[in-house]
Design a protein around this ligand. Sequence first.
Ligand SMILES: [Zn+2]
Ligand SMILES: [Zn+2]
Length: 215
Amino acid sequence: MRFTVTVVYDNETLDRSLGVDWGFAAVIVDASGKMLLFDTGAGGPLLEANMMALGFNADAVSAIVLSHFHWDHAGGLATMLHRVPHVPLYVPEVAQGGLPDGAIVVGASPLELSESIYSTGTLGGMEQGIVLLGDRGAFVITGCAHPGVPAFLAAADTLGRPYGLMGGFHGFSDLEKLCALDELYPCHCTQRKEQILRRFPGSAKWCGAGLRVEV
Ligand SMILES: [Zn+2]
Ligand SMILES: [Zn+2]
């Protein structure tokens, strides 16, 4: 399967017509045109505006995956649920807190959400990532990677060889572990973004709202 991944909400942007805000969201479109939204940023209005500016019709989203319940990923959820109330909503399995009505709770194991699109399963009791299986192997997308980047790569590795990684890497510092990856798109909360870009000039690319990646 082939996919296009577009970052629609981030702390930085590649495109001055897009709004910038602390948070993360990405749109994944598969070869049949089906659109999945991974995370919803911190606020609905900016999410909608950026999606529209990038040519996405928010009403055509066919599934929503929430990496974790932090405000900078779940803030736009109410807006999206108002627009597309009947699409599947996949959330991580957390010990406490009320869940949105009808949410599908993803346990600790990887789960297929759509053809060649998987959740990593809930890692560290709080967060799930996305694994896209393309021709080159597994492309992994994280929200904040609070349970640590290696946990996401290990979960993805059970599905296919990880070759690409995008998203917030948070405080991840064991950069040696990124050597085996062909494509790196550190964004959102990645504390060592500059360092990763400098250390892996061949594989790491600057990431922000408006970035499109073919998988
Ligand atoms: Zn977070
Ligand atoms: Zn975050």
